[in-house]
Design a protein around this ligand. Structure first.
Ligand SMILES: Nc1ncnc2c1ncn2[C@@H]1O[C@H](COP(=O)(O)OP(=O)(O)O)[C@@H](O)[C@H]1O
Ligand SMILES: [Mg+2]
Length: 382
């Protein structure tokens, strides 16, 4: 059992606000991923939960109990680091058993528990080896086994896969998902890798400069980013974001910019309103006849399965991810179409997602997170 509640936690290092007023409620059994660019405060937040760092302010609760100032070994949590931190002179068996030995468990009990965990992680044949004789992936599994051996209430992991090569990383991702399912234990997992976050998380907390930008399922963050930061962080290539204007034509709303003139699927009236428009590359279709967007092809990238078509839209550039072969040639002008439901609108200054209340755009920050209110006018834009 481990529910983790982070309440208004901040951490300041001299003049640096590493973590700013973070609130997070992590349910028992969740796989919560702390995602964000380098330096946004992920490790600091995790280290405070582990007890390796004291918050400047705020509280941390484990199953309702305040653990903010408790020593690391008094918390029912196990931490796995990017560097595996194995003891080089000890065998795999003794590395895994170390946390139990330091708790003075009987030797037979330790051996039994180590054998159990080793079997779960397919480490049994390696128990007699030393870390130097293991591959990166095997070392990572030993580090994981050492964390599991105590049967902790929750696992805290800080970029545990970043030292592995791409193929092993993908295999280990799948292993971690399986492990989480089998154990049903709470996982709190730090990464800057959006693929890890999207594939493993039950929920993602996306951090930006020390604060939580959005919390939600991978689908929620991808499909309904609450700001341009979230929109631009998730997705490869990321969402196209352009300054644009929403205006009315014969009682219908459209969004326009140089090379862009697309219906929003909303019957309404309004004066011209500045916005940032967002469209995911995979939501654009090449459309020789019509074209909500028209631009000149700058370059086509062949990804094997698909192609990335980079276009100049006036002074701006956008990218479309289309099935191969797209049959377009650099230097030619092409049209692209997009469904109204795939057009996102953000406030041009705050960057926050906009809702469309009647004729007036309303800043998304006036609404509670994930509010589904007022969708009658514009379900796709709410
Ligand atoms: N012990 C420390 N002393 C001073 N500054 C620190 C310390 N640890 C982290 N920081 C700063 O806090 C910010 C967040 O760091 P960190 O939590 O390591 O980010 P992340 O893990 O997301 O890359 C960074 O600006 C970093 O330089
Ligand atoms: Mg870090």
């Amino acid at each position: 059992m481990a529910r983790l509640q982070i309440e208004a936690v901040s951490k300041r290092f001299g003049a640096t606000d590493a973590v700013r007023d973070v609130d997070l409620d992590i349910a028992d059994g969740e796989f919560m991923v702390l995602l964000g660019p380098s330096g946004c405060g992920k490790s600091t937040l995790l280290r405070m939960i582990a007890g390796l760092e004291l918050p400047t302010s705020g509280r941390i609760l484990l199953d309702g109990r305040d653990i903010t100032e408790l020593a690391p070994q008094q918390r029912d949590l196990a931490m796995v680091f990017q560097s595996y931190a194995l003891y080089p002179h000890l065998t795999v068996e003794r590395n895994i058993g170390f946390p139990l030995k330091s708790r003075r468990l009987p030797r037979a009990r330790i051996a039994e528990r180590v054998a159990q965990v080793a079997a779960t992680l397919e480490l049994t044949p390696l128990l007699g080896r030393r870390p130097a004789a293991l591959s990166g992936g095997q070392r990572q599994r030993v580090a994981l086994a050492r964390a599991m051996v105590r049967d902790p209430g929750a696992f805290l992991m800080d970029e545990p896969l970043s030292n592995l090569d791409a193929k092993l990383r993908s295999a280990t991702r799948a292993e971690l998902i399986g492990l989480h399912r089998r154990l049903g234990t709470t996982f709190l997992y730090v990464t800057h890798d959006q693929v890890e976050a999207m594939t493993m998380a039950t929920r993602i907390a996306l951090l930006n400069d020390g604060h939580v930008e959005q919390v939600g399922t991978p689908t929620e963050l991808y499909d309904r980013p609450r700001s341009t930061f979230v929109a631009g962080f998730l997705g490869a290539p990321p969402m196209n974001l352009l300054p644009a204007t929403v205006s009315e034509r014969a009682g219908r709303l459209r969004v326009g910019a140089e090379g862009l003139d697309a219906a929003l699927g909303i019957a309404d009236t309004c004066g011209d309103t500045a916005v940032t428009v967002g469209i995911r590359p995979e939501r654009l279709r090449i459309d020789p006849t019509a074209g909500d967007l028209r631009g000149r092809v700058r370059m086509v990238e062949n990804l094997g399965s698909e192609e990335l078509v980079h276009l100049d839209l006036g002074m701006r550039q956008i990218c479309a991810r289309v099935p191969r072969p797209a049959g377009v040639v650099a230097g030619t002008e092409i049209g692209l179409s997009v469904d109204p439901a795939d057009i996102h609108l953000f406030h041009p200054e705050s960057g926050l997602r906009m809702k469309w209340h009647g004729a007036q755009p309303v800043r998304a920050d006036a609404e509670p997170d994930h509010a589904e209110a007022d969708v009658s006018v514009a379900p796709s834009l709410s």
